[in-house]
Design a protein around this ligand. Structure first.
Ligand code: SF4
Length: 242
């Protein structure tokens, strides 16, 4: 596993430099300044913004989808449509290990009994495998999305893996995203029009009612708010790397 050796002070300085320059942050990463970089996307409600920016800079950048095998069919179709439309040439899909799935989630109901274990099996472990050749990855997280993301930096280090994570859209608001999507006439995820402003796996995503938080439909009724592929400041959120 490649490790980025950039010091924390350098990451802080990069975060300041690129706070309001998402394209600059993507360009910096795509030039290999932090080692090999991939873009990881959920192909969710606003994923088209980051993907569109990256496509203008480097269409050969590896783009990874974590296919939990429990995604909405609309997400699977949107992924196919969007990567073709944007012209990405290195599109990767990572999915759960079939033997592990058979052993740990034979009836596909682990999300009911132990959602953290399910996210580890279906998201964290596949992502860890997909990121093995990389030293850094680009994520589409925004500060406004949840209380655990309010202090999100543009450049940060995953303390568990040593990988650098780049969050070029950290400062974006919902209005910024809408403006960008309108300006570039980006195709929308089909479920957005049906009340899904945040889209994950089918069993753990429900439509949001007027006035609810955008992520209210994720793991509704449960204390869980993150899938585990991200860390929150110094708190480990990711499953153990295999
Ligand atoms: Fe499992 Fe739900 Fe996590 Fe998807 S979001 S991996 S179904 S617990």
């Amino acid at each position: 596993m490649p490790r980025d050796l950039t010091h924390q002070n350098d990451l802080d300085s990069l975060s300041t430099r690129f706070e309001f320059d998402p394209a600059g942050a993507i360009l910096y990463a795509s030039e290999g300044r932090l080692g090999p970089t991939a873009l990881v996307s959920s192909f969710g409600a606003d994923s088209a913004v980051l993907l569109h920016m990256a496509a203008q800079i480097n269409r050969s950048m590896p783009v990874i989808l974590i296919d939990t095998l429990l995604l909405f069919p609309e997400t699977v179709a949107y992924h196919k449509e969007l990567v073709a439309w944007l012209g990405f040439t290195d599109v990767r899909r990572t999915e759960p290990d079939r033997v592990e799935l058979f052993l740990s989630d034979p009836d596909g109901r682990l999300h009911d009994s132990n959602p953290d274990a399910c996210c580890s099996l279906r998201k964290s472990q596949p992502l860890n495998r997909a990121l093995a050749p990389f030293a850094s990855w680009i994520s589409g997280r925004k500060r406004y999305q949840s209380s655990s993301r309010t202090r999100l930096q543009v450049f940060e280090r995953d303390p568990l893996t040593g990988l650098t994570k780049i969050n070029p859209l950290a400062h974006f608001s919902p209005a910024d995203l809408n403006t960008y999507m309108d300006r570039h006439d980006l195709p929308r995820h089909p479920l957005v029009a049906h009340g899904y402003p945040s889209i994950g796996c089918m069993p753990c995503t429900s439509a949001v009612r007027p006035g609810e938080h955008i992520r209210a439909g994720r793991w509704r009724g449960q204390p869980k708010t993150e899938c585990g592929i991200h860390f929150v400041e110094t708190t480990q959120m990711r499953g153990a790397r295999r």
